[in-house]
Design a protein around this ligand. Structure first.
Ligand code: SF4
Length: 261
């Protein structure tokens, strides 16, 4: 594992939130299975006595499988190492556990935004842990949100980012230069539909996406199994308005994932 993220920073607390919620989600699922199994066995016993042990075996197998998946996911996050099936486990985390964690978090006093934040961080760490093969620049897509563009700029950069005259008033200018330096593709999306179209058109192998917690989470969810490395935008003037991004953070991600000659 490279040292892209160090352990003594806020990323570690996001990791702890994710692992804590994951453990609680698992406990909740098991409680539901136990309660459902107990109720079912009463009814099944009336139908046929042999159905009760079958229900117990099904519950036991579910417990063992889910325990294995959760343990592997937690170890993978803690050790920041690629374990067997890391990729599939990341998928399960995204598809199965995240929606449950988004429901559970606010009930435990953890806002949806913090849950998503911890998910994005964990997703990034899992991607980094599995990052053994660097990709060529033409397979990389840098996907940006429209709100990075200065609100009063008339250039239609969603049609083509080449329409930007690179006046330097917003981050788009620096990001175009970055994309040119690293010879990667770059695009701006106004929302999920356009983002999905851009991804279909470009067919990247890895996306570095900039957005808010909500859009990054849904983007990572929608494009799975395609890997998306998420970078949060900064919102000094509030959401969706003249947002900014740390260009250096994007450059570090590019250096981590790109095959640089
Ligand atoms: S750099 Fe200038 S021209 Fe380009 S999008 Fe930003 S404000 Fe518009």
């Amino acid at each position: 594992m490279n040292n892209f993220n160090s352990d003594n920073n806020p990323q570690s607390s996001k990791k702890r939130i994710f692992i804590g919620l994951l453990g609680m989600t698992f406990a909740l699922i098991m409680l539901l299975i136990l309660a459902g199994g107990w109720i079912a066995t009463i009814g099944l016993n009336h139908l046929h006595p042999s159905l009760t042990p079958i229900a117990k075996i099904v519950a036991g197998v579910t417990f063992v499988v889910l325990s294995g998946i959760i343990s592997a996911l937690i170890f993978s996050i803690l050790l920041e190492k690629e374990l067997p099936f890391t990729h599939k486990i990341r998928g399960l985390g995204i598809k199965l556990f995240l929606p449950m964690m988004e429901l559970l978090g606010p009930r435990l006093g953890i806002s949806k935004e913090r849950v998503r934040n911890s998910f994005i961080e964990t997703n990034n760490r899992l991607l980094l842990s599995g990052n053994r093969h660097k990709i060529s620049p033409d397979k990389m897509l840098l996907l940006l949100p429209h709100c990075l563009q200065m609100a009063d700029c008339q250039r239609r950069i969603t049609t083509s980012i080449d329409n930007c005259k690179q006046c330097g008033k917003c981050n788009i200018d620096g990001l175009i230069k970055l994309a040119q330096n690293y010879k990667i593709r770059i695009a701006v999306a106004t929302g999920g539909t356009l983002a999905r179209k851009i991804v279909r058109d470009h067919k990247p192998k890895l996306i570095i996406a900039v957005a808010c917690e909500r859009d990054l989470t849904s983007g990572i969810h929608d494009t799975f199994p395609l890997p998306v490395y998420g970078i949060l935008n900064q919102r000094p003037e509030g959401p969706c308005w003249n947002t900014k991004v740390d260009t250096l953070e994007i450059e570090k991600a590019l250096q981590t994932f790109l095959k640089i000659p």
